[in-house]
Design a protein around this ligand. Structure first.
Ligand code: MOS
Length: 744
């Protein structure tokens, strides 16, 4: 296994340990629900037991009679809240369905009441009593694809910004091409299941509100709450020192937060809510299920001639959520003709939300499976098929990549894996009772950039402080933010104090789209450059020169604020960030003069499938990644290793089942929602391919948080085909799909 503390290579920072590592492993780290509050009341949610219909009656008398109960809120007594918009409609909300707004039910598990009591036990008991005293008039819901009542729409008709990628005359290419491949793929519903549950604590001091919540966007939550509560945003403060996993599920304003704030105001004391694991399946979002039709046209020698990717993704009815991703896929190879179309299918479901590599996990699974299938059809090595069709520009937009080292990743990973020893014949690498399969696929993630503001203070004694409201969702943000400031100021990392996760600080980006490091570090670099400019020093100045400069200016410290606005930014200013509006750009779109920006990787896996039981194991996986500057090889290693392990889960384990009669998630717990555990994971190797990108952004970094789990599922599906001759085009790949199929 590669070392978790990889050596520093070209264009990498030092592999320093995490700042918060000791606090986390000793339990000293305080998450939102751990924040000490004086005499808090405890809230407990009640959620709907039907997916569509209305509440006919609620008898809350028995719930109110439970000893210790302080407050019961339903749609009948909820104080006014202003509506807020969905984040694809210019707002910051997960859903525009306002909480406890009326008796209407639009999805299963919708919040229908909040019970608050002196203790968690009393609140929970009263919530169960209340749940039994709610009568619904239910109607038959549409659960998913193919159900009566679903509505299909072209994504571009709903969200005009989401244009379908089109290039050349693809239909003509499909008619005349010597080789055409055509297949359908499917991916399931998945839930993020961060270990830290969805929690909100609210505390009022006069007319000022403090909220402790694990959010990926403190400023977004602040402005969303202020808007709902009709109060100035300056009077709301959102704090989270740590976020115990988020993966997209904590990126938007959910319905619960304003309710907790309202109850705290009514009770005149702090209120704490920690939703249960099963409630977490419906009070935030999920990865929606997708369907794909992929066609590839090629010459006999493997040159791609056309690409057609039709995508269907499931959505609720309330809001215009989409993952998309066909535009990213169209940028992957030298496709001279493209005809792809994205559609959304509306059902009686809660709104989905981003989940780690939201677009790429499903779309690249389909494309990279299809590439492997095409290679089989052409009797060509799948790595060579990628090499022949590698490109340094996005053919659809014509814009070049700022940097792209995909084939270098393939070369590094295939060598480490031993790919040249592979016998391409399916089923040929049997080892006793085990069918051995080797497969590979491309990993990719767009380099997305947000506006960001960072304040840096450098003192004459060489100590510094950096302040930016980014969030440490487990990624190492504390460490990397401090490291960037230390590097730019030429001081030791332990001389830097790092403050993040608080709207009292300048606004960082939403912790989404893997944009934190590149965006925050670019803002930090600007602030540090400004400090050196005021000191009239060059970046490499010594401690003595720094001290002399402070003497000359007669200053003890200098503080500067860096405002980073990427060239592709729509707003061209950081002002919107203060108002909680996110401005993320980059990736395939190459607005204005900017280029195409992606990070890449290549993943190789070995699967072993038992010839009789069809048990599937993944004894080893190798990933090589090129993602610009690696700020900290240690935290980066964890990110990519964790991503690949998630990718294994995505391929083999994760799957939210839905009861189609009730439009209800069935396995809404960690006992039945399978994720990989230690025994599922063998050797995981992470290789860094040094890459210098001087164009993407001032920090030189690309995002890596969502890179590692892209392509993994395709690599595994491709390996399963190699082991068995059986092509599984619907995730997850479970034993039942392999039983009774190919002869062993
Ligand atoms: Mo990430 S799914 O963009 O929070």
């Amino acid at each position: 296994m590669t070392s978790p503390v990889p050596a520093q290579q070209a264009n990498m920072g030092q592999p320093i340990p995490r700042r918060e590592g000791r606090a986390k492993v000793t339990g000293a780290a305080r998450y939102a629900a751990d924040m000490p509050l004086v005499n808090p009341a405890i809230a407990y949610l009640v959620t709907s037991t039907v997916a569509k219909g209305r509440i006919v009656s609620i008898d809350d008398s028995k719930a109110r009679a439970v000893p210790g109960v302080l407050h019961v809120m339903t749609h009948r007594n909820r104080p006014p809240l202003k509506p807020i918009k969905h984040f694809f409609a210019g707002g910051s909300a997960l859903t525009s369905v306002a909480p406890l707004a009326g008796p209407e039910i639009v999805h299963d598990g919708q919040i229908v009441a909040v019970v608050t009591a002196e203790t968690f036990e009393a609140a929970r008991e009263a919530a169960h009593v209340l749940e039994a005293a709610i009568r619904y008039e239910g109607r038959k819901p549409s659960a998913t694809f193919g159900d009566p009542g679903v509505v299909e729409q072209r994504t571009a008709d709903v969200i005009p910004m989401r244009k379908d990628p089109k290039l050349g005359d693809a239909e003509a290419a499909f008619r005349s091409a010597p080789v055409v491949f055509d297949a359908e793929y499917a991916t399931p519903i998945q839930h993020h299941n961060p270990i830290e549950l969805f929690a909100t604590s609210a505390q009022w001091l006069g007319d000022e509100l403090t909220v402790y919540e694990p959010t990926q966007f403190t400023y977004g939550l602040r402005s969303g709450l202020a808007e709902q509560l009709d109060m100035p945003a300056e009077k709301v403060r959102v704090i989270n020192d740590f976020v115990g996993g988020a993966f997209g599920a904590k990126g938007a304003v959910t319905q619960r937060s304003a309710l907790v704030a309202l109850i705290a105001r009514q009770l005149g004391r702090p209120v704490k809510l920690v939703a249960t694991r099963d409630q977490g399946f419906t009070i935030s979002g999920h990865r929606n299920e997708t369907r794909h039709r992929v066609r590839l046209a090629a010459s006999r020698d493997g040159r791609l001639l056309a690409y057609h990717h039709d995508l269907w993704e499931l959505n609720g009815r309330s809001d215009p959520y989409v993952n998309g991703g066909i535009e990213n896929a169209a940028a992957m190879y030298a496709f001279p003709a493209v005809m792809s179309t994205a559609r959304m299918v509306r059902a009686d479901r809660n709104a989905p939300i981003f989940m780690r590599s939201p677009a790429e996990v499903p779309v690249i699974f389909a494309l990279e499976s299809a590439m492997d299938e095409l290679a089989v059809k052409l009797a060509m090595d799948p790595v060579e098929l990628r090499r022949i069709n590698d490109t340094q520009k996005n053919w659809v937009t014509g814009k070049p990549y700022t940097s792209r080292h995909l084939m270098e990743c393939y070369d590094a990973a295939s060598q480490a894996f031993g790919w040249r020893r592979r016998n391409p014949q399916p089923g040929s690498m049997r080892d006793g009772d085990w069918l051995v399969g080797w497969g590979c696929a491309t990993a990719t993630y767009p380099t997305l950039l947000s506006t960001a503001v960072a304040r840096v203070r450098l003192a004459a004694d060489g100590s510094a402080r950096v302040e930016i409201a980014v969030h440490d969702v487990g990624t190492g943000a504390y460490t990397v933010v401090g490291q960037m400031a230390a590097e730019c100021l030429a001081i030791a990392p332990d001389k830097v104090t790092v403050l993040i996760g608080d709207t009292a600080l300048p606004p960082g980006p939403v912790s989404g789209g893997s944009c934190t490091t590149a965006s925050a570090c670019s803002a930090i670099k600007l602030a540090c450059d400004q400090i050196f400019a005021r000191l009239q020093l060059s970046a490499g100045a010594s401690a003595a020169q720094r001290l002399a400069a402070f003497e000359r200016l007669q200053l003890g410290a200098i503080e500067e604020t860096g405002n980073y606005v990427p060239p592709s930014s729509r707003s061209k200013t950081t002002a919107g960030l203060y108002k909680g509006s996110s401005d993320i750009s980059g990736g395939p779109n190459a607005d204005n003069d900017s280029k195409t920006m992606f990070a890449f990787g290549a993943e190789f896996v070995e699967v072993r499938i038992h010839a009789r039981t069809r048990e599937i194991r993944v004894p080893r996986i190798v990933g090589a990644f090129a993602a610009g500057r690696i700020m900290n090889p240690r935290t980066a290693h964890s990110q990519l290793m964790g991503g690949m392990i998630w990718g294994i889960g995505s391929a083999l384990h994760e799957f939210t089942e839905i009861d189609r009669r009730e439009a209800r998630y069935i396995n809404d717990n960690l006992a039945e929602y399978l994720i990989p555990v230690n025994a599922d994971i063998g050797q995981v190797d992470v290789i860094f391919v040094p890459e210098i990108d001087g164009e993407a952004n001032p920090s030189g970094a690309k995002g890596i948080g969502e890179l590692g789990n892209v392509g993994t599922a395709a690599a595994i599906a491709n390996a399963v085909f190699h082991a068995t001759g059986q092509r599984i085009r619907e995730l997850p790949i479970t034993i039942d799909k392999l039983i009774g199929l190919a002869a062993s």
